[in-house]
Design a protein around this ligand. Structure first.
Ligand code: NOJ
Length: 521
């Protein structure tokens, strides 16, 4: 089904702006709303349809904005409401839609509700909005259950009067109790606040987390699951059936605003469980993270694609493809870094953008940015300290975007020292260095996105697998596009068809190793 103005998102390319790292407008070394506004021309030239801006709300930044102290205002580091309105107006005038992050599962410990809860007594109404419980053991000195925090250590912290509160993430991110009517009412107020300002939708953080099983039973003991592991049955922290009622409430609000949408961050690997979030009265989209977690291997990638398509079959939703985001190693690095990682990333871009449905591009994907090894003293992710300095966390994939120039901070900021240090040697990766180079990653993305917009070959929901040489993937879209990806160890012949785009030179009629091609059959 071709998209319309009301369901524009069905085949959209979203661009994820990790706000701290996209562009710094005020020279403090941290990205901000003014920076995004000034760099809109890059996004227009790139040819994306919509933005997802990560949290820019007042926050003590224990988890870089995913610890929200007030969901209906702007953190001064990032600007103010007027700066947001100005960005939104400019984006809309340029035909770009804007979606923002909604963080319902938890607040910051600096949220007025949590401050009131700490000041109040056990059993008080102020504590009832969160998950305060008495501990186990004779003096309550043991946590109420065995749940680990995703960031390491127990998911419980004890307060001076002896009670414990639940935080699936950092202690500075107390979980809300969604059985409390004020919690949902407040979420709806937040949604309306941003929808009334004109946002086109939301990315919902931890969208599989808002409901907890009653009694908060122990989960199956497991090794530290690591950040955002696939939460299967027995992990009672996530994917409780009660979460679907929350999604129905969210959808009811969205439906009052035609043309607005929500995509959920749902780390649920089972196809049928994930599909439940996409029922007609729940989310319009759910990230499918199977591409993000697949190896550079034909079998692995094909399985990831098949499961993602099987998930949405029978739901109203299109598939929603992600190669990288601010929580996982970038795909250039996952695929081997250096020349090999970059070649594969070029091919992966053509694979992702050829698939039917929605694609999310993470800022810097279009430049082929790799992860950066940072020295211990530069690390900021709470995972580093929470894991007892054994897990380095996610800073490596969050380095600021290089725009121009020969040395840090490459036009990202007017100052050299940025919130995460930028490496030497990124002068060849800047937007300016790539813009006029036909062979650059940026040019490849621009061309691919242009074809997605203009070529009928990239239309249609259907995907048919084609016979392909061993170690290769080939499929045809119903619009006629044939995509062939060579993950084998040898060159393979190019299939018949009109050449639309290739990730490397194919002029001698073969598709080299670690490359992909688009043809019109
Ligand atoms: C998922 C976000 O993407 C991640 O960055 C954050 O740390 C957690 N949710 C907790 O909000």
């Amino acid at each position: 089904m071709p998209s319309t103005d009301l369901d524009w998102w069905r085949d959209a390319v979203f661009y994820q702006v990790y706000i701290r790292s996209f562009a710094d407008g005020n020279g403090d070394g941290v990205g901000d709303l003014a920076g995004i506004r000034a760099r809109l021309p890059h996004l227009i030239d790139l040819g994306v349809d919509a933005l997802w801006i990560t949290p820019f709300y007042p926050s003590p930044m224990a988890d870089h904005g995913y610890d929200v102290a007030d969901p209906r205002d702007v953190e001064p580091t990032f600007g103010d409401l007027a700066a947001f309105d100005a960005l939104l107006a400019d984006a809309h005038a340029a035909g770009l839609r804007v979606t923002v992050d909604l963080v319902p599962n938890h607040t910051s410990h600096a949220h007025e509700w949590f401050e009131a809860a700490l000041a109040a007594a056990p059993g008080s109404p102020e504590r009832a909005r969160y998950l305060f419980r008495d501990g186990r053991g004779s003096d309550g000195a043991e946590p109420p259950n065995n749940w680990p925090s995703v960031f390491g250590g127990p998911a419980w912290t004890r307060v001076p009067d002896g009670q414990w509160y639940l935080h699936l993430f950092a202690p500075e991110q107390p979980d809300l109790d969604f059985t409390h009517p004020e919690v949902l009412a407040d979420l709806e107020e937040t949604m309306r606040f941003w929808l009334d300002r004109g946002v086109d939708g939301f990315r919902i953080d931890v969208a599989h987390g808002m409901a907890k099983p009653s009694g908060l039973p122990d989960m199956l003991p497991m090794e530290d699951t690591g950040l955002l592991a696939d939460h299967g049955p027995g992990d009672h922290r996530f994917d409780d059936d009660g979460v679907h009622e929350v999604h129905r409430r969210i959808r009811r609000v969205l439906d009052e605003y035609p043309g607005r949408m929500a995509v959920g961050e749902v780390w649920v690997s089972d196809d049928d469980r994930l599909a439940q979030y996409l029922r007609p009265d729940e989310l319009q989209l759910a990230f499918n993270f199977k591409l993000l977690t697949a190896e550079w291997d034909a079998e692995d990638l094909r399985t990831a694609i098949e499961h993602s398509l099987a998930t949405v079959e029978g739901t109203p939703a299109p598939a929603c493809w992600v190669l990288s985001n601010h929580d996982r190693p970038r795909h250039v690095t996952r695929y081997g870094d250096g020349i090999v990682g970059t070649r594969r990333a070029r091919a992966a871009a053509l694979l992702q953008l050829a698939l039917p449905g929605v694609a999310y591009v993470y800022n810097g994907d279009e430049l082929g940015l790799p992860d950066v090894d940072l020295p211990d003293e530069a690390l900021q992710d709470p995972i580093w300290e929470r894991s007892g300095r054994t897990e380095r966390g996610r800073d490596a994939c969050r380095i600021p975007v290089p725009w121009s120039g020969d040395e840090p901070s490459y036009g990202f900021s007017s100052r050299r020292d940025t919130w995460l240090p930028m490496p030497e040697g990124w002068d060849r990766l800047t937007v300016a260095a790539q813009a006029d180079d036909d062979a650059s990653m940026l040019s490849l993305y621009r061309r691919a996105l242009e074809l997605r917009r203009t070529s009928s070959a990239l239309r249609g929901d259907g995907l048919e697998w084609l016979p392909a040489p061993a170690g290769c993937l080939a499929f045809r879209r119903s619009g006629g596009l044939v995509c062939l990806v060579n993950l084998s160890a040898d060159d393979v012949p190019l299939p018949e068809g009109e050449l639309l785009l290739a990730s490397t030179d194919v002029s001698d009629g073969v598709l080299p190793v670690d490359a992909a091609v688009w043809l019109r059959a």
